[in-house]
Design a protein around this ligand. Structure first.
Ligand code: MUC
Ligand code: MG
Length: 370
């Protein structure tokens, strides 16, 4: 039983190491919505809600997330006692529709506090870690083919990553296809290269583009169509040998059921923000397991807190396509006292109660909006 006493929110702006170009936005900075949930006994749980490019990626902005928490969610749950995350999510869902990013930050903070009280890691609360290390790919998205090739070769030589995702969809179809195949050829046969179209194509463009990308050796095609188009995404997954990865199309438990029961084959990018938290996202994973759909640990390009929360969830399930939990590496600085350790194509799950990390309050204040 945990009583939530108070919740505080910060908007934290951290510059990226280079512009990160997606089909809908180019990021030079990432805004993290960070929350501290103080519970009985003075235990603090921490959570993060992060999106990409303001309102260009999803329906919640950093400012909107903060407002949803401060105006609606915090008054709803502060002063109440919860037995666990199920009771917490039922209370939030009964009075607040949607707003899964905001709810994810709160569920994360609750799990962190509960883990600290019980003296166990968040992964234990979620079913128990199967592994303390998870694979992590890197996204090449400078917007320039040669720069992406150089960056990929450098990371391969350093041994930090051995798998890459490319962001396409902003350019002309043929230019995007040429860009992806040039990078695949430069990085070599042994290196897995995937693309994320972020909803930029219609069905005609998708059929043409995917045919060429498949012939060029691309391993996985992420979200080629608009998120609402489940019918054609299912058709693409059945038409091509190269698998489709559903991302924006599979946010809620209801999306997961619709895709699975509609005959989708391929993989899903799980994200704690889309589903409403590290416990909620595992419900989608179980639908996938029942339907024979593969899994992938996805990021909203969160900072370290959101990344660690996701890693605790991913550590409890099998991920056939690994993870993309590199968010902290895209940012110039961190708000943790000790950064996550990324080596040899993977990241290590921190040990210790709760999330297993500590906030550097000076850094938090330094990067916070006043
Ligand atoms: C997305 O759509 O997958 C994940 C990695 C990356 O570079 O962008 C995100 C968003
Ligand atoms: Mg994606």
């Amino acid at each position: 039983m945990l009583n939530i006493e108070s919740i505080r929110c910060w908007l934290v702006d951290i510059p990226t190491i280079r512009p990160h170009k997606l089909s809908m936005a180019t990021m030079g900075c990432q805004t993290l919505t960070i929350i501290e949930m103080v519970c009985n006994g003075g235990i603090s749980g921490w959570g993060e809600a992060t999106t990409i490019g303001g309102l260009s990626y999803g329906p919640e902005s950093p400012e909107g997330i903060r407002s949803a928490i401060e105006t609606y969610l915090a008054p709803l749950i502060c002063g109440k006692t919860f037995s666990g995350v199920e009771a917490l999510s039922r209370t939030m869902n009964a009075s607040v529709k949607g707003n899964t990013f905001a709810k994810s930050a709160l569920e994360t903070a609750f799990l962190d506090a509960q883990g600290k009280v019980l003296g166990v890691p968040v992964s234990t609360l979620l079913g128990g870690a199967l592994s303390q290390r998870l694979p992590v790919l890197w996204t090449l998205a400078s917007g320039n083919t040669q720069q992406d090739i150089d960056e990929g070769k450098r990371l391969l030589a350093e041994g930090r990553h051995n798998t890459f995702k490319l962001k396409i969809g902003a350019g002309q179809l043929q230019d995007d296809v040429r860009h992806a195949i040039a990078i695949k050829q430069a990085l070599g046969e042994q290196v897995s290269v995937r693309v994320d179209v972020n909803q930029a194509w219609d069905m005609t463009a998708a059929v043409k583009g995917i045919r060429e990308l498949q012939a060029g050796g691309i391993d996985l095609i992420e979200q080629p169509l608009p998120l609402w188009n489940h019918r054609d995404l299912i058709a693409l997954s059945q038409r091509f040998d190269v698998p489709m990865l559903a991302d924006e199309s599979v946010a809620t438990l209801q999306d997961s059921y619709a895709l699975a029961s509609g005959g989708f084959t391929g993989a899903w990018a799980l994200k704690i923000a889309k589903a409403g938290g590290p416990a909620q996202v595992l419900k989608l994973a179980h639908v996938a397991q029942g339907a024979g759909i593969s899994l992938y640990g996805g990021t909203m390009l969160e900072g370290s807190l959101g990344t660690v929360a996701s890693l605790h969830a991913w550590s409890t399930i099998g991920l056939q396509w690994g993870t993309e939990m590199f968010g902290p590496l895209l940012l110039k600085d961190d708000i943790l006292t000790s950064p996550l350790v990324f080596t040899d194509g993977g990241v290590t799950l921190p040990e210790g109660p709760g999330l297993g990390v500590e906030i550097d309050r000076d850094k938090l204040n330094h990067y916070s909006r006043q």
